[in-house]
Design a protein around this ligand. Structure first.
Ligand code: NAG
Ligand code: NAG
Ligand code: NAG
Ligand code: NAG
Ligand code: NAG
Ligand code: NAG
Length: 558
């Protein structure tokens, strides 16, 4: 208690104060039973992954510095892992829950994740990373609120709802996996679900949300789908954007928002229309077959059903790119800065390294694969992080198979040779880097970096050259964790690798991710001190070659 009071005083006196992990920060305990159940999100019964009987799973509602404990009981018949996408896991990539970081939880056993949510006020989601489990559910929302005393740039809303939207397949996750394993593509999804449901929009659907006239509501909308970008809008209402993936934004008002795979946006909606029902509408973007789903928003004591006339989605890429460019970080909002190392004035920091990643697709042994600079990632049976920690990295993977520069053969985009291997890039602790992602393909991509927020400084058509730096937003780009890359375009992000650990850069498309569109940045602190990175937790699961190896010397205490 004294410690916290001291920190509050320190904040008031405007001196810095680091609240370290300690027993005094509150704990949120969750116990999850993960099972299969039968539900019909698109009207067809199918096998769904439930958490405590729920789909989507329970929301994790944190406040800055809360300690989150999730005891996961895997009651599926397959190994399982969860990742907390967007939660930065400072010094703690042990909790990442990807196959590069952790051994999966065997069926019939339980495993406890322990992590602390820091000053990352915002909206995120968790999902299973094993197999094709995400296609069957197992996902849920995560929200992190600011501590009391830290001002938030808008009034406390009447209610705060999670809206998890995504495309949906009626095939089971095992059938989808079989398709990819046999070298084929997933094909098109069969529809869209909103919080696990798809309204018929015939006026008979149960309302998903009820609102009181005159009140303002926060909706945290995340695209948890597998393949498609989604446009979200609300009949008769505008959306005031207030937060993107942990950053308070300039509060522009939009008719609709394009939300690409893995992205989360908070909007405020005021119930200021004639009291009746309205549809929240989600539809796929940039696809020939347009899927649409609705959820009913009901005004309390309202009269009458929603109009069957749905607001139209925007068309084309330019609209989407312009919308991206309109997103700005609110530099005056006195909220926590997501980047603790002071890279707030990121435009003035010298770039120490430029990593240009060219994405490609191709065939390896007659099977579809996706690659970054010619390497298509495969997860080794010993997780990369464990192999590194045990000093056995060289038996499991090679650092830097890819180069920072890569030029595909002219006219041959996608035809270059693809190597299957664990894709691990050695990154220097505390380097400020520029990462360019070039998409030479015909469909939109979406990428996530774990362990860090980054500044999404630009998306431009064409190929990247150093001259393109002139167009970067070096002032108020949003600090976030995902970025889309339009076809025949590139995107640029900047970040400081100030979080020691092993971090995944991954495609948010499940198909691409499963078939190799990901890599790991290994950020090792040369000091081997728990000031920089925690030791492997005692309960960590061991597998592969480290299973019977002696435990390495722990990191130093200082
Ligand atoms: C499994 O759950 C039990 C009961 O809650 C708990 O005591 C134990 O620590 C858990 N085991 C692991 C490995 O998390
Ligand atoms: C930014 O945040 C400040 C402080 O809360 C607020 O007063 C201001 O309206 C916000 N600016 C914009 C453009 O949204
Ligand atoms: C999470 O917090 C929001 C906002 O305070 C609240 O509306 C919601 O009921 C909470 N959900 C859970 C599962 O605690
Ligand atoms: C950045 O690089 C420029 C030119 O090399 C140099 O003059 C300047 O001192 C550097 N700035 C910092 C903050 O290191
Ligand atoms: C990673 O890069 C650093 C800095 O260039 C170097 O000192 C280190 O030896 C490299 N580590 C590996 C495992 O290649
Ligand atoms: C390693 O520790 C020393 C002494 O505590 C410190 O001066 C140095 O900055 C540390 N290096 C890194 C890369 O953290």
């Amino acid at each position: 208690m004294n410690n916290r009071l001291g920190c509050v005083l320190a904040i008031l006196l405007a001196i810095t104060c680091n609240i370290s992990v300690n027993g005094e920060d509150p704990y949120l305990f969750h116990e999850w039973k993960v099972t299969y159940g039968t539900l019909s999100p698109l009207g067809v019964p199918q096998k769904i992954i439930l958490i405590n009987g729920q789909f989507p799973g329970p929301r994790i509602n944190g406040t800055s510095n809360n300690n989150v404990v999730v005891n996961v009981f895997n009651q599926l018949d397959e190994p399982l892992l969860f990742t907390w996408s967007g939660i930065q896991q400072r010094k703690n990539s042990w909790q990442e829950g990807t196959l590069g970081n952790n051994c999966p939880i065997p069926p019939g056993t339980n495993f406890t994740y322990r992590f602390q949510v820091k000053d990352q006020i915002g909206s995120y989601y968790y999902y299973p990373t094993t197999s094709m489990h995400r296609a069957a559910g197992g996902f849920g929302g995560i929200s992190v609120l600011s501590r009391a005393l830290i001002p938030v740039p808008f009034e406390t809303p009447e209610a705060d709802h999670m809206v998890l939207v995504g495309d949906w397949y009626t095939k089971s996750h095992t059938e989808l996996k079989r398709l990819l394993d046999s070298g084929r593509a997933l094909g098109r999804p069969q529809g869209i679900v909103i919080n696990g449901k798809s309204g018929k929009g015939d006026g008979k659907d149960e309302p998903m949300f009820t609102v009181t006239p005159g009140k303002t509501y926060r909706f945290r909308i995340c695209n948890v789908g597998l393949k498609d970008s989604i446009n979200v809008r609300m009949q008769g209402h505008t959306l005031k954007l207030v937060e993107i993936e942990g950053s308070h934004t300039v509060q522009n008002v939009y008719e609709s928002l394009d939300i690409h795979l893995g992205q989360c946006f908070s909007v405020l909606v005021t119930a200021n229309q004639e009291p009746k029902d309205y549809f929240l509408v989600a539809s796929t973007r940039f696809t020939k077959d347009s899927h649409v789903a609705t959820a009913t928003i009901r005004y309390a004591n309202g009269k009458g059903p929603a109009s069957p006339e749905l607001p139209k989605a925007p068309e084309g890429w330019a609209w989407s790119l312009n919308q991206f460019r309109s997103f700005r970080w609110n530099l005056t909002a006195s909220a926590a800065r997501p980047n603790p190392q002071g890279s707030y004035h990121y435009g003035q920091i010298n770039i120490t390294r430029t990593i240009k990643l060219v994405t490609s697709a191709g065939q390896v042994d007659g099977k579809l694969r996706y690659a970054l600079n010619g390497v298509s990632h495969v997860d080794p049976t010993t997780p990369i992080k464990l192999a590194e920690y045990y000093g056995a990295g060289d038996k499991v993977f090679k650092y830097d198979l890819i180069k920072d520069e890569y030029e595909p053969s002219p006219g041959q985009a996608g035809q270059d040779k693809i190597t299957l291997a664990p894709n691990v890039v050695n990154a220097t602790y505390r380097n400020f880097v520029e990462i360019v992602i070039e998409n030479h393909g015909k469909s939109v991509q979406s990428w996530h970096l774990s362990g860090h927020s980054f500044f999404a400084v630009g998306i431009e058509p064409g190929r990247w050259t150093p001259e393109r730096r002139r167009n970067y937003n070096l002032l108020d780009a949003v600090s976030r964790n995902t970025i889309q890359v339009y076809p025949k375009s590139f995107a640029v992000i900047m970040t400081t690798f100030d979080n020691a650990g092993l971090w995944n850069l991954r495609s948010n498309s499940l198909e691409r991710n499963y078939l190799g569109h990901q890599l790991y940045f290994s950020v090792l602190s040369p000091n081997k001190s728990i000031k920089d990175e925690y030791n492997m937790p005692d309960n960590d699961l061991l597998c592969g070659i480290v299973k019977d190896m002696p435990k390495p010397t722990p990191y130093k205490a200082n």
